[in-house]
Design a protein around this ligand. Structure first.
Ligand SMILES: [Zn+2]
Ligand SMILES: [Zn+2]
Length: 296
């Protein structure tokens, strides 16, 4: 009985930043990823009729929902095509149309505003996903249960500039019982690894892009409770370095404000976050020597 009212929501965040090394070298990589993502998304919907799906795309300037489509009034379901299940056709068509609009709009914006600089807004996309999940959870009927997770697919590098945003999002997700999975296409991602570790998700840097769909289906399709029973790639050793608040660079050893826990790479007498004033660390106090007791 309880199984009946249990559903699973999968939110996929796709990094469409044209500045990614993979995309710059071969532009068709993005199309290939998209094909895999659509097939993976439909596989998730196929597992259970009650399963839900959301797909977001983000780059350096914006984040947008590709699926479900934003307009709610005139939701026209597609006609059956080649015997394919209507929902699958709908998902595929909607994602393709909206990503095209999204990418074209971004290219126009880059032309107007100049260079495509900055990191992909992954932390923002994560925050949007959390809000979306929260909304759906509030709309659930009494007794219904929804397990939510987020999967990030990215070829970008680490961005310590979003360190604070990442940490806020990770701990919120942990509190809400939302798993964050990361599939890296190109580079090792220290900060996102921390996010996976905090929320109990999986981090995987895929060895070759051709196998993307297979990795998605093998590692990321099973839900977290089932994963324990599967043979999956061994977990990576998480790089738990933090970024300093002054230069947004990853550091091994630093100064931590005892009031607000802000991290700095250099000592500063005033905490720039909470404005607490500290004493300058002078030389270590010399202990007064104990008077020798003269023995006569
Ligand atoms: Zn610093
Ligand atoms: Zn402080």
């Amino acid at each position: 009985m309880s199984e009946e009212s249990e559903s699973s929501l999968l939110v996929i965040i796709l990094d469409t930043n044209p500045g990614q090394r993979l995309v710059q070298e071969q532009a068709h990589v993005l199309t290939q990823c998209l094909e895999s993502v659509i097939a993976f998304a439909n596989s998730h919907l196929m597992l259970k009729a009650a399963n839900k799906l959301a797909v977001l795309a983000c780059h350096t300037k914006a984040t947008e929902f590709l699926y479900p489509p934003p307009e709610t009034g005139s939701q026209s379901m597609c006609r059956q095509h080649d015997g394919q299940y209507e929902l699958f056709t709908h998902v595929e068509k909607t994602i393709r149309q909206s990503i095209q609009k999204f990418v074209v709009h971004h290219i126009e914006r880059i032309k107007q505003e100049g260079e495509n600089t900055g990191d992909t807004l992954l932390a923002g996309a994560l925050a949007m996903s959390l809000c979306y999940i929260h909304r759906l959870e509030r709309e659930l009927t009494a007794g219904a249960k929804m397990n939510s997770r987020i999967l990030i697919i990215t070829g970008s590098g680490d961005s310590a500039s979003q360190y604070m945003n990442y940490m806020n999002v990770f701990f919120t997700a942990q509190k809400q019982n939302i798993t964050i999975d990361v599939c890296s296409l190109d580079q090792d991602l220290g900060l996102l690894q921390q996010g996976c570790d905090i929320t109990g998700g999986l981090y995987l840097k895929i060895p070759q892009l051709q196998g993307l769909l297979q990795y998605l289906l093998w590692v990321f399709l099973p839900e977290p409770p089932i994963r324990e029973k599967l043979v999956l790639p061994p977990p990576v050793k998480v790089d738990y370095r933090a970024a300093c608040f002054c230069h947004r660079e990853l550091i091994d050893i630093g100064y931590v404000c005892s009031v607000c826990l802000s991290i700095f790479c250099k000592f500063s007498p005033i905490c720039t976050t909470c404005h607490t004033v500290f004493k300058t660390p002078g030389p270590l106090p010399i202990k007064p020597k104990k008077k020798k007791i003269k023995l006569t």
